[in-house]
Design a protein around this ligand. Structure first.
Ligand code: SF4
Ligand code: SF4
Length: 426
């Protein structure tokens, strides 16, 4: 077995500067759940002092959030090291994750399941199932069901993809993530409509299943490469585009890893590099295209907003100001979520972490929920469906009347027409 290059793990001085930044360490101050503890585990794995199984189990509770990367004065990157180590010791799939992947790996099954879920909520079955705890004996299903948001505003595609771009109009492909297609079907139409409104021709790109994000994070290299090739085939079929945008922050992070995952594949590696070169952060692109003036539309469903950062987007790409500048165009004030002790905080969703480590995931979320409620904002805005579902489920459990919305959804509301005020709990 070839040992992956574990970067500069040996440069760790055990100084501990990374400890306060780590959401898993802050749960119970356990050294093995800290960044420096994980660096030691990776080094022990590389030295053969731990078996892959032992190391894999010890590393399974890392969220891969990368908050520790910015905190480390020696430039050690514990989150990336954990991801490399998982290639030697992949996380085992759970029942809930198997069920979810069975659906999301196929775009047809995803579309069918999204339709079923839509009617499940519309016909009131969701209320009935939850009120009577019908799924209490099926923990995997109950966990998945608890993530379902309440029915949100419906948004239709009002812009059809043109056959050919008008001269001067950028032609962009909107990659619609599987979690949004499944659980938040209004996000893609809102994002597409918004892009058309800013003057783009939009190719809506849905027929690829899943981008492979869960497999990348679990260390399942074979399945990750399979999904990457599927996505690349869809990219090639979409025709020439000037930019590729993702409505889900996690998909953008995943695509960035395609070239290294397919480095030995001469058929797909050039295409992977082309896709990465064209992929732009959704917020950054939008900020360039939006008129730099306040949006005049009303937002009757919220009085103030707060932005929740997707960890990898913030810590890996450094995208912090862009979504906030976009929210500042809205006709409502923006509040900053400031958990005590750190600049920002993970919500505990962490891709499939919320399914694999439900107790720890919820313990991490509690701190974030406290910080959200302390802002007084009645709408949390985010760009990653996993975070949105996890936060909304937590807010619902607390009985808080705070909605969670995708940034594209809220901007489009302010541009298009006021949303109908919702009744009852969000
Ligand atoms: S990972 Fe970096 S910050 Fe953390 S203990 Fe090691 S050297 Fe210090
Ligand atoms: S990636 Fe996140 S959870 Fe993992 S060690 Fe770093 S700060 Fe902790």
């Amino acid at each position: 077995m070839e040992t992956p290059p574990f970067g500069n793990a040996g440069a760790c001085t055990h100084c501990g500067y990374c400890l306060p930044s780590c959401p898993t360490y802050r749960v119970d101050n356990d050294e093995t759940e800290s960044p420096r503890g994980r660096v030691s585990i990776v080094l022990a794995l590389a030295a053969g002092d731990l078996t892959p199984d032992e190391a894999g189990n010890a590393l399974s509770r890392c969220l891969l959030c990368r908050a520790c990367h910015l905190a480390c004065p020696a430039g050690v990157r514990p989150g990336s090291l954990v991801m490399q180590a998982r290639l030697l010791a992949p996380l085992r799939p759970t029942l809930a994750s198997r069920l979810l992947h069975r659906i999301t790996d196929s775009h047809r099954l995803t579309a069918l399941a999204a339709l079923v879920l839509r009617w499940y909520r519309k016909l009131g079955w969701q209320d009935f199932v939850r009120r009577h705890a019908i799924l209490a004996r099926f923990s995997a299903l109950e966990r998945l069901e608890s993530l379902l948001p309440d029915p949100g505003p419906e948004v239709m595609f009002t812009a059809s993809p043109p056959e050919a771009s008008a001269a001067g109009r950028p032609r962009v492909a909107l990659l619609c993530g599987c979690m949004a297609r499944l659980f938040l079907p209004h996000v893609a139409p809102a994002a597409a409509n918004l892009l058309v409104w800013t003057g783009c021709d939009v190719v809506v790109w849905q027929g690829f299943g899943c981008c492979g994000s869960p497999y990348r994070e679990a260390g399942d290299g074979a399945r990750f490469r399979r999904q990457a090739r599927r996505t690349l085939r869809a990219f090639a079929a979409a025709g020439p585009v000037d930019a590729v945008l993702c409505d889900s922050a996690n998909c953008a992070m995943t695509i960035a890893d395609y070239p290294s995952a397919l480095a030995d594949d001469p058929d797909f590696h050039p295409l992977a590099r082309e896709l990465v070169a064209k992929t732009m952060d959704f917020n950054t692109f939008l900020l360039q295209k939006m008129p730099h003036s306040p949006l005049s539309g009303a937002l009757p469903e919220c009085e103030s907003v707060a932005y929740h950062d997707h960890c990898q987007t913030r810590f890996e790409l450094g995208i912090i100001e862009e979504p906030r500048k976009l929210l500042d165009m809205l006709p409502v004030p923006r509040r900053e979520i400031t958990p005590p002790g750190t600049q920002t905080a993970c919500c505990g969703a962490g891709g499939e972490y919320l399914l694999r480590q439900p107790d720890r995931s919820q313990a991490i979320r509690e701190r974030k929920l406290d910080a959200i409620l302390a802002t007084g904002a009645d709408c949390v805005v985010a760009g990653n469906p996993g975070c949105m579902l996890h936060l909304q489920a937590g807010l619902r459990q607390r009985g808080a009347r705070v909605r969670v919305r995708h940034l594209a959804e809220l901007l489009w509301s302010a541009i298009n027409k006021p949303l109908e005020p919702k009744r009852g709990t969000p």
